[in-house]
Design a protein around this ligand. Structure first.
Ligand code: 9Z3
Length: 349
């Protein structure tokens, strides 16, 4: 199958880490990939995950952190949401110079995390390394050094006019951090994403219906198995590149059926052609049997989504007036879903 570049961005460069994220960002569980040599198992079977996809070296450590987080907040009567956010990276070479990326800035996941925290949830934020992060996302367009003045003798002052609402945002960020309500976990590659999501599902199984999965990450449907991947950088002197990719196993199936059968699970469906969106969303719901699909079109995702469930279809729209007041559609999505989650818990117990 020849690679179609329509839904991917071929990313040849490593993105720069923004200074502001390193200053404000909290401690993060970082995934380091250890490549195994793997071959020929059935990718459709979720049991074969470790055979086809390299296991991140510290998955067990992250699993324990997530399990302790879920237990602690579950015991305190809190609901816990696992948010996935950002795009997955699919390497083309083992010693990776080039990779395929799925489009996602991480804005939806990062802003949703803030609204879930406001609704009283504890949040596990499984996000792509260097994608947008709760609270710091509000300052991504700002060069931090332009906001600071060196006053001498180790004293630095901040120009608050250049960091809108910084006092309020910082206060909220520190409240969330000191209450231990946000657990950030990072992924970069598709393999890391798949293994960490499986570990999260197992870690959250102890709190049953109090767990929500909010799967906003943009996940590749295609990958190159490590056994078929060249070790070294592909040489352009060999002529034009043709890549054959395999289908990624549908992780939602075992997640809903085996790993977290009592949880409230929400997936996102992204299309560029609006005419097939709802049919694709319904198809996902029928296939995976989870609770809801949030359907969106790439160009209009900031102002319009449809929450599709087995027996309902709810359009969420930002009016011009709301957009002007900088209301975010994620506030409406989170309100809708947290309400549905409470009903779900009341029914299931
Ligand atoms: C989404 O559809 C998200 O809403 C976006 C958010 C990625 C569009 P941003 O991060 O964008 O705010 O820039 N996520 C799911 C995308 C996805 O990969 N879905 C798969 C599919 O549509 C699996 S259900 O087939």
């Amino acid at each position: 199958q020849v690679l179609r570049t329509r839904t991917f961005i071929l990313n040849l460069s490593v993105r720069l880490h923004t200074l502001i994220q390193s200053v404000f960002g909290g401690p993060v569980a970082r995934a380091h990939t250890k490549w195994n040599t793997m071959s020929g198992s059935d990718p459709a079977a979720a049991g074969s995950l470790s055979e086809e996809f390299a296991v991140p070296a510290h998955v067990e450590e992250v699993r324990s952190l997530m399990a302790a987080f879920a237990e602690q907040h579950g015991a305190a009567g809190r609901m816990v949401v696992l948010i996935t956010s950002g795009g997955t990276k699919v390497p083309l070479e083992s010693r990776t110079v080039r990779f395929l990326d799925n489009f996602s800035s991480g804005r939806r996941g990062a802003s949703s995390a803030e609204y879930f925290l406001s609704q009283g949830y504890a949040v596990i934020f499984l996000h792509r390394h260097r994608s947008l992060y709760p609270y710091t996302r509000l300052y991504t367009g700002v060069n931090l050094l332009d906001c600071l003045t060196l006053e001498g003798a180790g004293l630095v002052t901040v120009d608050q006019r250049k960091l809108p609402n910084i006092t309020k945002v910082l206060k909220r960020y520190q409240e969330v951090k000191s209450a231990g309500l946000l657990l950030p976990v990072e992924f970069s590659t598709l393999s890391e994403y798949l293994h960490l999501l499986k570990a999260a599902a197992q870690a959250l199984s102890s709190i049953g219906s109090k767990a929500m999965f909010y799967l906003a990450a943009a996940v590749s449907d295609f990958y190159i198995p490590a056994s078929e991947m060249p070790e070294h950088k592909i040489q352009s002197s060999n002529g034009p590149l043709q890549i054959s990719m395999k289908m990624v196993p549908k992780i939602l199936k075992p997640l809903v059926k085996d790993w977290a059968p009592k949880a409230f699970v929400i997936s996102f469906k992204l299309e560029t052609d609006p005419s097939i969106l709802l049919e694709r969303a319904r198809c996902a719901l029928d296939t995976y049997n989870h609770q809801a699909v949030v359907a969106n079109v790439l160009d209009t995702r900031h102002g319009y989504v449809v929450v599709v469930t087995k027996d309902s279809q709810k359009e969420l729209v930002l009016t011009d007036e709301e957009a002007q007041r900088e209301v975010e559609i994620e506030e409406k999505i989170v309100q809708n879903l947290s309400h549905a989650h409470i009903q779900f818990i009341n029914q299931k117990g």
